[in-house]
Design a protein around this ligand. Sequence first.
Ligand code: HEC
Length: 376
Amino acid sequence: MTPITSKQSCSFFGLFLLLTIASAARSQEEGNPTADQRKIAALMRLTKINVNEKPTLKKVVVRYLKTVEDEADYLSYAKRFKVVESNQRLWKIVFQSKSNDNKVTAIGLLLDQSSPEEMVERIRNSDRPEEILNPIALAGSNRSMEILKRILLIRSLSSTAKNIAVKGLGKQKTGQLFLLNLVKQKKLPTECEFTAANLLLPSEFPEIRATASPLMQLPATAGSTPLPPLSELVKRSGNPANGATIFLKSGTCANCHQVNRTGKEVGPDLSEIGSKLSRQAMYESILNPNAAISHNFENYLVQTIDGLSFAGILINETDQVVTLRTADAVTKEIPKDELDGMRKSPNSLMPSDLQKNFSETDLVDLVEYLMTLKKM
Ligand code: HEC
């Protein structure tokens, strides 16, 4: 039996249109916008035609694509025509779009066009790997899972990037099984343990829950009772007045954060944090500060030639001095000629075991309080 090729199944009408379009394209090197528009509309319907195999048509498509401004329109053309010439614009959408949907569509098309190796290299060499990883983690395709698995094991990537990969993997059973295997082999990066435990311990798959529970634990609060998973915590509501007291006293938060000018300035001002973070992100920021370190608040580790070392937020750097703000809210100036080394730490300056200072109820109250801190 001879297989039916796309050529044979193409209708006579289609063939006729194709010939008309092709000859029109040849006769008009420069292109006429309305004529191009008509040809593109016809090609959108003739889905069996692969313009990559028809150079004259491809020229029309590439020329037309340059004129399309609307992101969603552009994406539907890019999806139909799959020409490499759209890749640059697709990357722009990945990095700059305001719509998560558009970002996910754009990265999906880029994933179709490149091998996993190429995509992983691109992420590894990017100065903003998180922005590529976020839509990949949302995409939920087999290709995206493949990328996330590889990313998680690249040591040089930031903990923010690895935690995005863990969250994306946690959305699919194959991804959860992959994470579980890493846990069994003790190969899961430590900075991802919290995020992974929050996905695997309450997993919707009983066999995953059962295997994970003796191997993983959520952080313990005062009295060493492990916390329930985040998915549980976000459903609770608390007492904001008690939360405010925890913030100032036992929680030690005010040692590093200001709210309406009370407290010390080491970490970000939290006066409007309730408008910035969701309840879930608020819990994550407190229980797992290393997962996502705020821009401009990266922790630097500095060594001096006389053997001293300092950690803190880099608040200034000139040709002569480096200025750090330490966890004790002390401003430390280190002359450059005394520097022996300086590097960005993968960990936040915010301690990752603060929940030990309070109970589960205190934590819920604290988050309730922080959620009330909104933009006026
Ligand atoms: C030793 C200093 C220190 C202490 C103590 C501390 N933090 Fe932080 N916090 C930081 C730093 C530095 C950052 C920014 C880096 C990062 O994102 O991890 C931060 C970030 C945050 C953020 C994210 C802010 C944003 O804009 O996304 C929240 C929320 C937060 N802290 C809440 C708290 C709470 C609540 C407590 C008390 C339980 C606390 N912090 C205690 C230093 C501290």
